[in-house]
Write a protein that binds this ligand. Sequence first.
Ligand SMILES: *Cc1c(COP(=O)(O)O)cnc(C)c1O
Length: 395
Amino acid sequence: MLYLDNAATTPLRTEVLEAMLPYMKENFYNPSSVYGPARKVRSALDDARVAVANAINAKTEEIFFTSGGTESDNWAIKGTLAAFSAKNGDTPPHIITSAAEHHGVLYVCKHLERKGVEVTYLPVDGEGFVSPETLEAAIKPNTAIVSIMLANNEVGTVQPMARLAEVTRSRGVLFLTDAVQAVGHIPVDVEGLGVDMLALSAHKFGGPKGIGALYVKKGTALLPVLQGGAQERNRRAGTENVAGIVGLGAAIRLATEEIPRELPRITALRDTLTDTILKTIPHTRLNGPKSHDRLPGNVNISFRFIEGESLLLHLDMMGCCASTGSACSSGALEPSHVLMALGLDHAQANGAIRFSLGGNNTEADIPALMQILTPAVQKLRTLSPLYDDFLKTKE
Ligand SMILES: *Cc1c(COP(=O)(O)O)cnc(C)c1O
């Protein structure tokens, strides 16, 4: 099986599973209990918090465990708005985000918009970048939060985050970045970036699913969204996902340690794969940044004259897992909102496939993929009326 969908999720690393197992077996105690064995579980949580903090250059007391990227995004936005309203009374809050965000941010904004919150969706350029000038111009006196992702899950764009966050800081506006695709893959330093909140998720870098964290800079006005027990220093109630947290700690430690080796290795794989596809298969284009400021594992290609969904089914039959980068909802083939935001037309957006490389991939995967991909594209094109028309106009 050829797994090229590491942006959707990554395989759980063996070392991580091994670290987790004792906390699903003998170390089952509630970390809030006072007896000795429970205190041992508590100290495992503390260790994991240190690992997450070290990985992103935060302080341990700035790390809060959540159920993953989606919850971290939801909490940061809803908790910021709650704090804004508590302070500003009737003044309706304003949110700024980008048109290319993950649904974990975008759909929270759409939901709040229906409830009367004003939202500005910043445009992105042809490679997915948000401009600091556009951001600056969008800030209003009632802007409560700006949410712009660090790295895009579909096209791999890595935003000029420090420059964007500098704009909001000078205007006293809180900044959240969804860094789910970045952490564990490229160096991430919350101090250097200058953000107030940052979302991360374990299963995108070799950890288990259903566990993540929100970095909350000391002093940030953020109210809880989950009420109940006093866990996470009164800010996120609910008995901790102990095994998951231990897994997050182990995975983030391994992944960040390996960045100096894996970042250049996977970047080289990405560039070879991109060049190979563009050279061997005609009528293809790369979506997203050409070379710089792109996630190491992201390759997003539009194949003219065919549907990405059909190509995916062909690849699947041949044992290759990839993605269109967007979930097709309710059977209707909606083009990806990210690719549309980049300015692609419907045909280009519907003909796109995302291959995302990870620690499990090697150089041998490239010829293995091409052996499947090239004939699949050829076959679908011979069946395509669009391709037929194109050939006729050339005659
Ligand atoms: C996967 C992903 C999420 C969601 O994280 P979960 O832990 O699966 O909820 C959010 N944002 C981005 C950019 C992602 O890639």
